[in-house]
Design a binder for this molecule. Structure first.
Ligand code: ATP
Ligand code: SF4
Ligand code: MG
Length: 309
């Protein structure tokens, strides 16, 4: 049984200007425990919508169709699933400001494992150590922690819930680069050692290469390429993936030399006809402008582009 299997997921939001499509016909799976799948895409491509749909946390104006199976059980249309732990970018907003880190962590063990307070605090201490926070953090309030320490505290709380799946939505974006790298390593090592599958959401393909086993590239609400990170890195198929990889800065590239993909991603209320990437694609043909490419299988990889159809 797969830890996660998403089939034909489509999500729309009702807005003042009518319905918009945030996700169209998404198919993906996490095949084994401890596998990390990164969702990569520009702002508005639908990454958070996908994460929220899996957790059962879509806003009330959303409508979703398709199927999301977590360990074989249908999760779509069900309320928030406490077996899915979500780590958001804004740690301060996710933590309770009036409780210490120890109290918040211990509360999880009291509720989920029915431990008494003393045992729950003991266990909280152990979970803080797992993320590299010493015992003294038990008595600290969220505002007394640095950004990196807060994210570590959130990771320990996510693990404390003994989740079947973790969704991390840009958890390190607000941190500076060295802190980001350390927090990422803590998270990766923990999910690998405990064997929890994880969806890691980021707009940064270079960061996805560091943390993930497989990568789904999103564009305008669709997955346009999905395969192992090695395939994506060594032989990207989709023109958009190629462009994203070209835009990764290298140590000796000047700022002026950095590659930028021309144009803007489309708004969900006015997706272009045909391939949604065609207005920005250097290889667009007449067919691309009129016919939407289906996701097709190329040597076990999935790509949505007429060049391979
Ligand atoms: N609650 C909502 N109501 C209406 N529209 C929404 C809602 N949430 C997201 N959207 C729209 O759905 C589309 C996808 O948004 P989403 O937040 O999933 O993108 P994202 O890839 O996570 O972007 P970012 O990188 O900026 O976080 C966007 O056009 C967004 O404006
Ligand atoms: S389908 Fe056409 S426009 Fe779209 S990415 Fe492929 S070549 Fe470019
Ligand atoms: Mg988002």
């Amino acid at each position: 049984m797969k830890p996660l299997e998403i089939s034909d997921l489509t999500v729309g939001y009702k807005t003042l200007r009518g319905w918009i499509t945030a996700l169209s016909n998404v198919n993906l799976s996490i095949d084994k425990k401890g596998e990390i799948l990164a969702l990569v895409g520009e702002s508005g491509s639908g990454k958070s919508t996908l994460g929220l749909a899996v957790a059962g946390l879509l806003s009330p104006n959303a409508r979703a169709n398709g199927s999301i199976k977590i360990n074989g059980k249908e999760a779509l249309g069900k309320p928030y699933n406490s077996k899915v732990a979500v780590i958001f970018q804004d740690a301060l907003a996710s933590l309770n400001p009036v409780l210490t880190i120890g109290e918040q962590l211990a509360e999880i063990f009291v509720i989920h494992e029915k431990l008494d307070r003393r045992k729950a605090i003991e266990k909280a201490k152990k979970f803080l150590l797992k993320v590299g926070l010493s015992e003294e953090f038990l008595d600290k309030y969220p505002h007394e922690l640095s950004g990196g320490q807060r994210q570590r505290a959130l990771i320990s709380m996510a693990l404390a819930m003994d989740p079947e799946l973790i969704i991390a939505d840009e958890p390190t974006t607000a941190l500076d680069v060295t802190v980001q790298a350390k927090v990422l390593l803590v998270l990766k090592n923990l999910v690998k050692s405990v064997g929890i599958p994880m969806i890691y959401i980021t707009h940064d393909i270079a960061l996805a290469m560091h943390i993930a086993d497989s990568i789904a590239i999103m564009y305008a609400g669709q997955i346009i390429e999905l395969s192992s990170k090695y395939d994506i890195f060594e032989n990207p198929l989709h023109p958009y993936t190629k462009a994203l990889l070209k835009s990764i800065p290298t140590i000796d590239s000047d700022v002026e030399e950095l590659y930028v993909i021309e144009g803007e991603p489309p708004n969900p209320d006015s997706f272009p006809k045909g391939c949604r990437f065609h207005p920005r694609c250097p290889l667009a043909s007449d067919k691309c402008k009129s016919k939407m490419p289906e996701a097709i299988n190329v040597n076990g990889r999935s790509v949505r582009c007429h060049l391979y159809g």
